[in-house]
Ligand binder design. Structure first.
Ligand SMILES: [Zn+2]
Length: 279
């Protein structure tokens, strides 16, 4: 166990164009991709969306979100017009995208790819994106076949093992070997704050034989769930090497000054973006 922890590395924060962005060192060190997970400061939105909200479908002013997306793309060195996004329905559908999908969801939610929670591409210069307030962002990169992916995992996506399904799609289409892959599990609600009820617990039990490692009882009918560990173990089960997975272990609910949190803000809040693009 000690060795496992020693091998487990975290995300690091970088500041680009005055925006604080979290990156996975194991992915960044390849020099082959641009990626990052945004925070909530430095944007143009007000109220519960203050200030760097990146999602159009949460009740914020459209023009503020548009400006915020331009800011984050400028900070990362991406073209905002090319961003591809899914509508994110807490499902487990993985879509492979190419230049035909360029710009889907870049400037309007209605235009995003329907019924999609994970995106995969081998096209350089095509930025994939997904949007978060507590759910787990999973970044994947296969440097052998030059394929990138993003998966959005709330408890439903975690139970459905969306990380595994994304890897399976990468293997089926691009012959990805999970042993080659690098992964980042970004900032999201932690085992300190993510309280679940019996209904969710029952689904965790069905999906994970080692569910007792993932939940802690707090009081009758309530448990704390470790989504980070569930998704980490899912990637290891899928064949990823432990020293190739960065786990941020940063709780968005505890750090509500730095991140939007659905739980901490009672539902009305902005979204952070995860972005990844092959150079
Ligand atoms: Zn917490």
């Amino acid at each position: 166990m000690k060795e496992k922890l020693a091998n487990m590395s975290s995300f690091i924060a970088v500041v680009r164009n005055r925006l604080k962005i979290y990156i996975s060192p194991v992915i960044e060190s390849t020099g082959l991709v641009i990626h990052g997970f945004t925070t909530r400061g430095g944007g143009t939105s007000a109220g519960p969306y203050s200030s760097l909200n990146t999602a159009f479908n949460v009740g914020d002013e459209h023009d503020c979100v548009r400006k915020n997306r331009i800011l984050i793309c400028r900070a990362l060195g991406l073209e905002a017009d090319k961003i591809v996004a899914g509508k994110q329905v807490h499902g487990d559908r993985v879509q492979v995208v190419d230049n035909q999908d360029q710009g889907r969801g870049a400037w309007a939610f209605e235009d995003a790819l329907p019924d999609v929670d994970a995106l995969v591409t081998d096209v350089p210069g095509l930025p994939l994106s997904s949007y978060y307030a507590d759910c787990v962002p999973i970044f994947l990169f296969d440097p052998a076949h030059r394929v990138v992916a993003l998966a959005h995992a709330g408890w439903r996506g975690t139970v459905a093992r969306i990380g595994l399904k994304t890897l399976q799609k990468m293997s089926a289409i691009f012959r990805t070997d999970p042993k080659d892959c690098l992964a980042g599990i970004g900032p999201s609600i932690g085992p300190c704050c993510y309280e679940i009820n019996q209904e969710v617990l029952d689904q965790i039990k069905c999906s994970f034989s080692y569910w007792t490692d993932l939940v802690v009882p707090v009081y009758p009918g309530k448990w704390l769930l470790d989504l980070w560990q569930a998704n980490y173990r899912t990637l290891v089960d899928a064949g990823l090497l432990e020293n190739k997975i960065d786990k941020a272990s940063i709780c968005t609910s505890c750090r509500n000054n730095l991140f939007f949190s659905y739980r901490a803000q009672g539902g009305t809040t902005g979204r952070m973006a995860s972005l990844i693009m092959l150079k």
